[in-house]
Design a protein around this ligand. Structure first.
Ligand SMILES: Cc1cc2nc3c(=O)[nH]c(=O)nc-3n(C[C@H](O)[C@H](O)[C@H](O)COP(=O)(O)OP(=O)(O)OC[C@H]3O[C@@H](n4cnc5c(N)ncnc54)[C@H](O)[C@@H]3O)c2cc1C
Length: 499
């Protein structure tokens, strides 16, 4: 059996899941090409992190989303265990505050049953209020116990680590700039790092999926919809765990329009996310992740008016951020292959619930390849597991002792807010972290209450030492994001210069 070359474009959650799924086959040689310096630098790093139950997507209007979401939820329940991810299976409620909204909950319940969502319950009056006693005016709730939250960047990083251990080659800092179809089959992928041959190309380029699709000459879906993706921005507040979450579940309002509304989400670390709102941007604004006073006020005001004054004061917020949904023209995921371009598969337009659906999107990509003639030979020794970086402070006493005696850097605390040691940071660098953000995503250093105020300089020092680069070259997150302009001594030298 000959080995076929696969290029997956984009190392967000979709590309990561596709690469991991395909790594189960010994007759595939897989490269995961990503233009940024790290995995999970696109939409995957900035979203709510909910593993949705799957009652929200109308199968008549959004058949692909409806088909993939609840199955994706079931796969995540296994994957978080296999990959050692942090998770909060807290369940969710959609809250209704009047009779009209209760009617919408009934529709969602029916839809959930159609979409095979398990254990959904419509709770009326006291039963609903017992779940969330602090919400003002709660008259009923649709309860989905299978829903939960993960840290999406941690998930994508872990999946790529696992795919790598199963033979996938991540190729970072490499932008795909063109795709040529070769006579007689196959593709030549032109990138900023040179050319790659491929028998299969999987386009998982997120917000830029339409541009990559155009490179392959695919401008319309198989149903004739123009493939155009525009960003829809969502803004958030994060409040740290020390204020305690006012809610125990993910709390959705009853939906009224295009989005799931503005939510309250307890994340796996005990922090509370409030958001996102929803703002359409033009297709030229695919990098506009700025937060705005108007957007953030909209989120805070919405929650307060809807559920009462349950949010901590604004000045207790540790971070605001914004994410960009990759919105396709018709609102549904585009997961399809093309007779007119055999071997090219789009997995794009993956707006919400794309994080939830990603493991199923990967399985669907494999089905599409099979329809085009791929016959996979399953590896005898495929490893589904990945060891998380140990979080020293939270280990049982004896385990911590063993770790510290093997490497004393595990006893040296660098980030006091999140309790992260130098040993963990060095391990993150060994596993691929190249930036301050990459360290935070792998260890949580700098993501806590002080947001790196006290540990960032130490992290710069460690990155500089381990990567063998001067501190001025250490990046916050991407090219051009150096945090220092020069060494302190140089600065002092400048001040000491005679006039
Ligand atoms: C505000 C918000 C809230 C959300 N909440 C949820 C939620 O709670 N639950 C849920 O299930 N979903 C949620 N989503 C949706 C979810 O975040 C996305 O569906 C998912 O992250 C999309 O992943 P992706 O891999 O398709 O895209 P991305 O993460 O954007 O990955 C695409 C990658 O492709 C790379 N790339 C692009 N062009 C090129 C090129 N030419 N060459 C090489 N690489 C390239 C990019 O750099 C990027 O890393 C939310 C989205 C937003 C914005």
């Amino acid at each position: 059996m000959s080995v076929e070359e696969v290029v997956v474009i984009g190392a967000g959650i979709v590309g990561a899941c596709v690469a991991r799924e395909l790594s189960k086959y010994e007759n595939l040689n897989i490269k995961l090409i990503e233009k940024e310096i790290d995995v999970s630098c696109g939409t995957t790093k900035a979203n709510t992190g909910i593993i949705h139950a799957g009652y929200d997507d109308d199968p008549m209007q959004y058949p692909v989303r409806a088909a993939l979401c609840s199955k994706g939820n079931a796969l995540w329940h296994n994957m978080v265990e296999e990959l050692g991810l942090h998770v909060n299976w807290c369940g969710s409620i959609v809250g209704a505050t009047n009779e009209d909204e209760i009617t919408v909950l009934e529709t969602l319940l029916k839809r959930g049953i159609t979409n095979n969502v398990p254990n959904l319950k419509l709770l009326i009056g006291e039963e609903a209020r017992r779940l969330e006693p602090k919400l003002k005016n709660l008259k009923a709730a649709l309860y989905a116990p299978t829903e939960g939250t993960i840290l999406p960047f941690e998930a994508a990083i872990a999946i790529v680590e696992n795919a790598k251990s199963n033979g996938v080659l991540p190729v970072l800092e490499t932008e795909v700039v063109n795709i040529e179809q070769k006579n007689g089959g196959g593709f030549l992928i032109k990138t900023s790092l040179g050319d790659f041959k491929a028998d299969w190309v999987i386009n998982a380029a997120g917000l830029y999926g339409d541009e990559v699709s155009k490179m392959a000459g695919i401008l319309r879906t198989n149903n004739g919809v123009s493939i155009e993706i525009h960003p829809r921005r969502g803004e958030y507040w994060i409040f740290p765990s020390e204020y305690g979450s006012p809610v125990r579940h993910i709390v959705f309002p009853t939906p009224t329009g295009a989005t799931k509304g503005i939510l309250l989400t307890p994340d796996p670390e005990g922090s509370l996310l409030a958001g996102p709102n929803s703002e359409e941007l033009s297709s030229i604004d695919k990098e506009d992740k700025a937060t705005t006073r108007i957007g953030l006020n909209e989120v805070y005001k919405y929650i307060t008016e809807k559920w009462g004054p349950i949010l901590p004061p604004k000045n207790k917020c540790i971070k605001n951020f914004a994410g960009l949904r990759a919105e396709p023209q018709h609102g549904d995921f585009i997961v399809e292959g093309y007779e007119r371009c055999t071997g090219f598969i789009n997995a794009i337009g993956i707006r919400s619930p794309g994080l939830t659906s990603a493991p199923m999107i990967a399985k669907e990509v494999l089905n599409l390849m099979a329809k085009q003639g791929f016959r996979g030979k399953v590896k005898e020794k495929w490893n589904p597991h990945r060891e998380p970086i140990p979080r020293t402070l939270f280990l049982p006493y004896e385990q911590r002792g063993r770790l510290v005696s093997a490497d004393s850097r595990y006893a040296h605390l660098v980030c006091w807010c999140e309790g992260v040691s130098e040993g963990e940071i060095v391990e993150a660098i060994k596993r691929g972290a190249r930036t301050i953000q990459g360290i935070g995503f792998r260890t949580r250093a700098g993501l806590g209450r002080c947001q790196g105020m006290s540990c960032q300089s130490k992290i710069v020092e460690i990155l500089s030492r381990e990567l063998g680069i001067p501190p001025e070259k250490v990046l916050l997150k991407s090219k051009g994001s150096e945090v220092l302009t020069c060494g302190i001594k140089d600065l002092v030298g400048v001040f000491n210069e005679p006039n």
